[in-house]
Ligand binder design. Structure first.
Ligand code: NIG
Ligand code: FE
Length: 435
């Protein structure tokens, strides 16, 4: 007797389950290469969760469902977990992009009032409704790119009122979009102009007022720890205040200049240390012996034109838990495409495609403490996955510059269908028009 389920997804050309390894916890070293690929694979789903995966023959024999979706021709894998993004901004900053292309430096533009402060001005000028509307559009953009879980930071308000507005905009935008969102308060993204001459006062404002008042609107707190922005002591104070309010910790660390950021993140048992273009050997060793995930953001080194990239190979070989993410933001990396990040992870970080898959799914989920729910296709987890129009899993980062995502499925529901030449009804969708 076949077991009844809600839905079957069948005939996936390849199904990348990641079920060869454990369901939870980060994957390190050699374990980043085990994908658990099933040819002609199928997924049985009930109540939004995975009941079983396997070969279509076996799943179709063991399970029965009223609804069956034929994914012939598509490579199916867990939805991307984009664990570092900054989507709560108002105006875009394409002029700075062109200034950088003409030779201007990112930090020099920032010091002249551009950069993060230019985004601060447009966020402060935007109404809550305007900020909510643009944020909502960007959350849909993640789904279009195959991302089913995202970490979203604020950090362009830089005052109590404007950071609160940013967190509320994010909360209100999330309600309308079937994307899993982990919210991060990043009031310590930059010093606002009114505190430039009295930085200590801004750190006090963050620790004594902003964090206690806003903690209930966020899951985590992040700091841009970088020489010239938040130093080690300031970062430590801010993150300690956040922990005292029950927030989990993340850090922008050792991005452009080394400052022991990775070591500090490990000391604080932060969930992640991110960027790490200038991580030290001690930093690598500290991270390797910890559960702090190294979130690498190759899109930023690329888009800033600085060609500063984290030493991913050394980090993987040392045993760090490595994740990759977009860093989507209006300044240093304006892309929501995790498949482009796969390309850059392979070309610039010299990661193997298998490692990039693990880094963009289960390891990223671990960094958000969501590995029990998403990141692999183990039975019991949320049925979050993506159908890619590519010949094999090896081609994820290969056909770069376009969007190979045909369909994004969240909790077993197709929530985003990109393919215009396909049937608008996902339950009769087939690749091409053949079959
Ligand atoms: O992660 N490093 C700081 N924050 C962002 C850039 C933000 C911006 O330029 O708007 C980053 O790269
Ligand atoms: Fe960032």
């Amino acid at each position: 007797m076949a077991t009844p389920v809600d839905r079957l997804f069948v005939h996936c050309k390849q199904l990348v389950t990641l079920a060869d390894g454990p369901a939870t916890g980060p994957r390190r070293g050699e374990a980043m290469r085990a994908l658990g690929v099933v040819e002609d694979g199928a997924i049985a789903v009930k109540d939004g969760r995975i009941v079983a995966t396997g070969a279509t023959d076996a799943i179709a024999r063991d399970y029965a469902a009223k609804e069956e979706l034929d994914l012939s021709g598509f490579v199916v894998m867990p939805g991307f977990v984009d664990c570092h993004t900054h989507p709560v901004f108002a105006a875009t900053r394409e002029r700075e992009f062109h200034m950088r292309c003409q030779g201007a430096d990112y930090m020099a533009i920032a010091q002249k009032g551009g950069g993060i402060l230019s985004s601060m001005r447009s966020v402060r000028a935007a109404s809550l409704q305007e900020l909510t509307d643009v944020t909502r559009e960007r959350l849909w953009g993640f789904l279009q790119n195959g991302t089913t879980t995202v970490e979203a930071k604020t950090g362009y308000g830089l005052s109590l009122a404007d950071e609160e507005k940013s967190l509320i905009a994010l909360r209100d935008a999330m309600v309308d979009v079937p994307l899993r969102v982990s919210r991060t308060f990043l009031g310590a993204h930059e010093f606002p102009p009114e505190y430039r001459e009295d930085r200590e006062a801004y750190v006090r404002l963050l620790c004594d007022e902003m964090i206690p008042r806003l903690a209930k609107l966020a899951d985590s707190c992040d700091v841009f720890a970088e020489p010239g922005v938040f130093d080690r002591v300031q970062s430590l104070r801010i993150l300690s205040a956040a922990r005292a309010e029950g927030l989990r910790l993340r850090m922008h660390a050792d991005e452009l200049q080394p400052m022991g950021g990775a070591e500090l993140a490990v000391e604080l048992r932060a969930d992640s240390a991110d960027h790490l273009g200038k991580i030290s050997e001690q930093g690598i060793a500290a991270m390797a012996g910890s559960d702090t995930t190294a979130v690498l953001l190759p899109g930023t080194g690329f888009f800033l034109g600085k060609d500063i990239y984290a030493p991913a190979r050394r980090m993987i070989e040392a045993g760090c838990a490595v994740a990759i993410a977009t860093d989507f933001n209006p300044g240093s990396c304006h892309t929501q495409s995790m498949t482009l990040i796969h390309t850059l992870a392979c070309v610039k970080l010299k990661m193997h495609p298998q490692e990039a898959i693990v880094a963009s799914t289960i390891n990223a989920a671990f960094s958000l403490q969501l590995d029990g729910e998403v990141g692999t296709l183990h039975a019991g987890k949320r049925a979050d996955f993506v159908a890619l129009d590519i010949p094999s899993w090896e081609a994820i980062g290969y056909a770069f510059g376009g969007n190979p995502v045909a369909m994004t499925i969240r909790d077993g529901d197709p929530v985003c269908i990109n393919a215009s030449d396909r049937s608008p009804d996902p339950f009769v969708m087939r690749r091409g028009g053949g079959e």
